[in-house]
Unconditional design. Sequence first.
Length: 186
Amino acid sequence: MRTKTIVLIAMLVLVGCAAAPEKLKSVAVTESARLMPPSKPLASYAHFELQQMVLSPAVQVEEGKVKEAQDLEMRLKAIVQPMLDRWNAVPKGDHSGTLAIEPRLASLKIVSGGARFWAGALAGNSSIDLDLVLTEKETGQQIANPRIKLEADAMTGGFSIGASDENLKDYIANTAGQYLLDNYKN
């Protein structure tokens, strides 16, 4: 009975620590505003393509990091691809060219829930460092390369038993989506 109670309490804590949509939006807007805008408005392109995420050698060497990167890519696609689909559907008239959007994951450290449970804050911070490379497909000209780098601090991770560490991927994905949205100007 005692084990069931502990599991139930742990589940309630984890569910209660999901990132609130308002907080995700607020952080994304703030982080996007600090990033260097592209040299051209995104709306000047006729087509948009989201490329597969490129993993740095530091991420590729650890199976756990590769799995976390795949989860991050899935979350990024869920936010960015529908936006690009809408933009691709808009008649462009005099606009031309294709903008390739390539996420490049430089580094990733997500402290697991198990590590948080046993070591708490002593397991350290979680962090994600992502470059969002925007390139004109026809010319190869890079129009932007904002670096989105966020951390989930160890103390919050300890109190949330790893939920804040897991939420970090949502913050990165939402910031990337917000950056694209902010820079799609007519």
